[in-house]
Each structure stands twice: as C-alpha cells, then as structure tokens.
Design a binder for this molecule. Structure first.
Ligand SMILES: [Zn+2]
Ligand SMILES: [Zn+2]
Length: 649
C-alpha cells in the first residue's frame, strides 16, 4: 500500500502534461478510475481516451445519467433508481408519476433533450458526503428508491454522488448516488440511441413495484452505432421466441409458467441433440443413469442444497402430506431435484469401489426444476424446467488433469459441430466463503490453470467467482451475430465427496477420497436450443432438421412419381415431406423456405421422365437436376452428425 496523499488523476496527468482534451479516465493498477476520483499521488496512471475500448463503458454509464436528467426534465415527478452500463449499452429504471407510461414516441424527445445536454458540455463532479447528508439530500428530493439504496450501503463504506450540470443555474444541476466512474464532461459522450422501453421490477423482484426501464446504447462513433443497430435488427429477426412460434417448435402456457412445451418439430430437434450427445458418451467412456425426481429431504440436506439453494427449489406435496397441517416453518416432506449431483454421489457410495473403476463418468439427462423469479425468466434461455447434458466424473486427484484435458477436447468437438468457432474461457477462482484449506485450493486452481494452458487456450481469471466447493472453468461462445453466451462448464469439487463420505480402495488397499468433476458442454438443453435457434436463424442443418427435404410437384401429373421418390428416400432413413397440393410451384417453394427446410426437391415433367429431381438449397440456390440416387447419397452424407476428424458435414 502506498502512503502517498490522494490526488486526482486529473492533477497527476496535468502535472505530466498528459491531460489531452480527449482523455476521459485512467487505468491505475488493474482498475479504471475517472479523472475525479483520488488515487495515491505516486500511482502509475495511464490515460484512457475517448474511443478506446476501455472508455466505452464509462461513456455508456455517463450517458445513462444524462438520460435520467433528460427524463426528469421532461417528466417532472419521475423518480430515479439505478442506471448501469450493460453489454452493448445501458439502461435506467424509472418510477414515473401515476398515469405516465413511456412510449417509443417519447424516446425521440428524450434523445433530443439528451443531445442538448451533451452539447452544453456540462462538467461531471464527484463529491464524497457523510451518509446523513446524502439521506437528507435524496429525502428532500422525494427520491425514495435512492434512500433505500443509501440505506443498503454497508456501514463504513465511502458514499459518493456525481453531479452534472451548471451549479450556478438553479435546476441546471442533476445528481445521482454513484460510485463512478464518469467522463469529465458531457461533451465527451458519443452518439446515443435509445432503443426500447420495458417493464422491470424494482430489484428484479415481482413483489416490488413495477418500474419502467429505458434501454439505450452509446458509441464513440456514428459508424460503430450503425453496425450495432444492424446487429440488433438481425437479433430481432432471429429471436427464438418468435421463431419458436413460426416454426412450431415450442410453446409456453400459463398453466406452467416458464416451463416449455415442445411441439413435435421442437421435440424432434431436442431428441436429436440428446442422441448426438449419447453417441459421444459411448465413445468417451461415459455411462448413463436414470434417477428420481422427488426425494426425501435428507439427501439434499447431506448435499447442502437444502441449506444453500433453498429459494430455487420446489417442494412437492402429496394429499397425505397436505392432510396434516404443517406447522409454521416446518421442514418439507418432499423435495424436487434442482441438480443431479446428490443422486450420483448416492450411487457412487452404494458399494465399495476400487481404484480400477476410476475415473467413473456418470451422465444424466434427468429433468431438473429450479424456481426462477418471474422477472428473470426469458423464452428458452431461462426456464424453470429443463435437462442438461450433465455428467459427473469421480476420480483420484492425480487423474484430474487428464480428465479435464479430455473434457476440453470433447467440448471443442461439440462446439465445432454446431458452428461455434469463437470461444472465450474464464477461470473462476476461490471465493471468500469456501470449504477446504488454501493448499487444496492452490492445487485445484493450478490444475485447471495448467489444463487450460496445455489446451493452448487464452483465458481470463475471475478472482472470487468460483463455487464455494471449488474453482470452475466457464466456456462462452460467440454466436453468428457476435453475441456471447455461456454454455459449458467444468467444476472441481472436493466438498460433495466429503459430505457423502465417498471412498475408493487404492492400489495399496487403503481407503482414499475421490474428487468430483461437474461438467456440461451444452448446459441446459432448453437454453442451448434457444441460443442455437438464434445462431442459425431457425435454419437447422440437415442432421438436426425435423424435415430434411420437401418435395414439390409442378403439376398433378408428377404426384405418382413424387410419391415413389418420397418412399425411396424415406426407406433410406431420410425425413421427407411431399407438397402435392394445388398451389403454384412458386408458392410451394416459398412456404417450404418459410419453414426453413434445408432442401426443396422440385419435380416437373422432365424430372419425372428421367428419374431425377431438381433440388434447391434453403438459400434458394439451384443444385441442378440430378438422379434421385445421387441426391440421396448427398443428403445421407449431410444427415450424419459432424464428428471430429470427419470430412465435410
Ligand atoms: Zn453513475
Ligand atoms: Zn453437478
């Protein structure tokens, strides 16, 4: 620690002659600090300029303050809550006065007001104040949400506010409770675009008041903004909730909120995913088990879920359970599983196991139920009922490295098969609250770190973000339009084997404790499907598509022949539909394309005479007429799930 007196980076840079007009913050140690916030006077500071990637988040968060100022000017009586920068932009949650509802039309007006404020070059100023002064300030302004936030700040923590505007001009000054960082003045902000209005519960809890959230984005340049807006438009067109309806893949119903119903086409794709993973399991030495849904609470008490995961669990009851009036706060009689791990520990511990049985890899596609608040569920990507490509590996500590390496290889193979080429890897390290001593954590973290290095991966370390039972690796993929999604994970666990008192007999005849790896590649299959539908814009590849070809006839003269082609292709194991209806050819092709079927097989008189077919790809590309047998063998090659080392696909 430095004993030097605090100085603002503004002063430090000015003294060195480095305070250029485009400097908006500094990098100081590992932190990004704005020009207002004191750092030890002997700190090493490196300027961040407007337009640097590091500056974007500051610009966005500062823009959210300006938006809140604009909203309060245009809609007096509106109360403010929070306004963070998020990936691709920012939002601010407002509580407008009774009867005021922000509309898309309001966004333009708010943007105009924001541009006026930005042009006025209003300086941001940071003030650190005693808690009571801050309470008095927001109390006087009638900002009750802010008061709640102030009260939630732990005792002893510094409380700061940021002001922007002209202090001399009454009403021209705007302030917010905030720890920063912020740009020096509003002229440093970039181009802004407000994108949407949505409802959001205060603190994400549906028991709290409903607020109105305005989303926006800001970029340093007009060109960056344009590229982003194009991406958003593309994302809307690919929205899996919309495609799920149009392509009849799944639906949601009030009778089971946030639990998807898969329709035949969606269930087909879902089952193909499972079959694909099952095949890989066969090859990679996994065995599958099937375990119950509803348990006596003791198993989940042993695992610690009942103590640590309770608010996400369902507690089913029988009529017998309900007949006795349970006392207030009584323990549940049954629990529904939110995870498979406890069952797998139970199976491992059922009999004496020898070191020769390890590593023991146990997979389970069992359905899981986790209660998620109404405010956070979203389409297929966050649901309350799902299953995972979940497996647990029980092994000796010295086998960890090889197991983790093998897992990484398998994961890459799977991601490549789905066309996810760009991967981000994060290593989450020991959190403050944890089980096990430091030596154990050192070994665990070094093992995972070494495995990632050996796999040739660059990765980011996230101190403090590991699970309480061990460090974990998270795998994030980039989809076709550049968005990042977390899919797979591998987690090292010393705690569960301990809690379940699991043992195996070592080569020396002595009892030893196994280590457990929790691992998933696709993660929740529901969530994966949601992400994948958007990745491929609903166009499933041949091996996953519910229908691989639709045959369309030019006139009814070819129906006989088309039926023969259909049964021939079906006999070869292909999924073929026939549209022999009265519509015109163009209409039939359009409707097949709307269903995103990979191939349309056109059959006219010429094809019928020649024993041929004229296929078109889903992109409309003509493949030219070819013998049915040739089309069949091309399709069969595409119908095989892509495998490592296999050509084509
Ligand atoms: Zn702020
Ligand atoms: Zn697990």
């Amino acid at each position: 620690m430095s004993g030097a007196a605090l100085q603002s980076p503004r002063e430090l840079l000015a003294a060195r002659g480095e305070l250029g007009p485009d400097v908006i913050a500094v990098r100081c140690g590992g932190r990004i600090v704005d020009l207002h916030t004191g750092v030890p006077g002997d700190s090493e500071v490196r300027p961040i300029r407007r337009g640097d990637p590091d500056g974007l988040e500051i610009i966005r968060h500062s823009t959210s303050h300006v938006m809140a100022q604009a909203v309060q000017r245009l809609f007096p009586g509106t109360q403010v809550t929070i306004g963070p920068a998020i990936e691709h932009g920012f939002y601010y949650d407002f509580s407008p006065p009774e009867g005021v509802k922000f509309t898309d039309q309001d966004l333009g007006r708010i943007e105009d007001e924001m541009r006026r404020l930005m042009k006025a070059d209003l300086p941001f100023r940071r003030e650190v104040l005693p808690r009571e002064d801050v309470r008095a300030l927001f109390g006087k302004m009638g900002e009750r949400f802010k008061l709640e936030l102030v009260d939630a700040i732990p005792e002893g923590r510094e409380i700061s506010i940021y002001r922007q505007g002209d202090a001399a001009d009454p009403g021209g000054d705007w302030l917010d409770l905030c720890s920063g960082p912020h740009v020096p003045s509003t002229r440093h902000l970039g181009v802004v675009k407000l994108t949407s209005v949505a409802g959001a519960y205060w603190r994400g809890d549906e028991r709290n008041p409903m607020l109105q959230r305005i989303y926006g984005t800001a970029f340093a340049t007009e060109a960056d903004l344009k590229a982003h807006l194009q991406m958003l438009e593309e994302a809307r067109a690919r929205d899996h909730r919309k495609l799920g309806k149009e392509l009849e893949l799944f639906l949601f119903d009030e009778s089971a909120p946030a639990m998807p119903f898969f329709l035949p086409r969606g269930a087909f794709v879902y089952n193909q995913l499972v079959a694909y993973v099952r095949d890989l399991y066969q090859e990679h030495g996994y065995q599958e088990v099937i375990t119950p849904q509803i348990f006596h609470p003791s198993l989940f008490e042993t695992s610690g879920h009942l103590q640590n995961y309770r608010e996400n669990m369902y507690f089913p009851a029988t009529s017998e359970d309900l007949a006795g009036t349970p006392a207030e706060g009584a323990e549940p009689v049954h629990v529904q599983k939110p995870m498979n791990c406890p069952s797998h520990c139970l199976i491992f511990g059922q009999r004496r196991r020898s070191y020769r049985e390890l590593p023991w890899r146990i997979a389970d596609f069992g359905r899981l139920h986790r209660f998620e608040r109404g405010g956070v569920v979203h389409g297929l990507t966050r649901v309350r009922s799902f299953s995972q490509d979940d497996a647990h590996i029980f092994c000796a500590p010295e086998q960890l490295r090889d197991e983790a390496l093998a897992f990484n290889r398998l994961l890459f193979e799977v991601y490549r098969a789905f066309g996810f080429e760009h991967l981000e890897v994060k290593l989450a390290l020991r959190p403050e609250r944890r089980v096990g001593d430091d030596a154990l954590w050192d070994t665990a973290e070094n093992t995972l770190r070494g495995v990632l290095q050996e796999s040739g991966l660059t990765f980011e370390e996230l101190p403090g973000e590991g699970a309480f039972y061990g460090p974990k690796v998270e795998f994030h993929v980039k989809d076709a339009i550049g968005r990042s999604w977390q899919l797979g994970t591998i987690q090292l666990d010393y705690a569960l084997p301990e809690r379940f008192d699991l043992e195996f007999v070592g080569a020396d005849g002595k009892s030893r404790r196994p280590v457990m790896l929790h691992r998933a590649i696709l993660g929740s299959l529901e969530r994966f499907l949601g992400i994948y539908i958007e990745h491929v814009a609903g166009k499933f590849p041949v091996w996953l598509a519910p229908e691989q070809v639709i045959l369309v006839t030019v006139s009814e003269n070819q129906v006989e022949y088309a039926r023969r082609v259909q049964s021939e292709l079906r006999a070869a194991g292909l999924r073929v539909e026939l549209d022999d209806g009265p519509d015109k050819l163009g209409a039939k092709i359009r409707s097949a394309r709307l269903r995103r079927v990979p191939f349309v097989g056109v059959i006219g008189e010429k094809e019928a005479q020649a024993g041929a077919i004229a296929p078109k790809g889903s992109d409309g590309k003509d493949l030219g007429a070819m013998p049915v047998a040739e089309f069949q063998s091309r399709l069969l090659a595409l119908a095989r799930p892509p495998r490592a080392g296999a050509a084509g696909g």
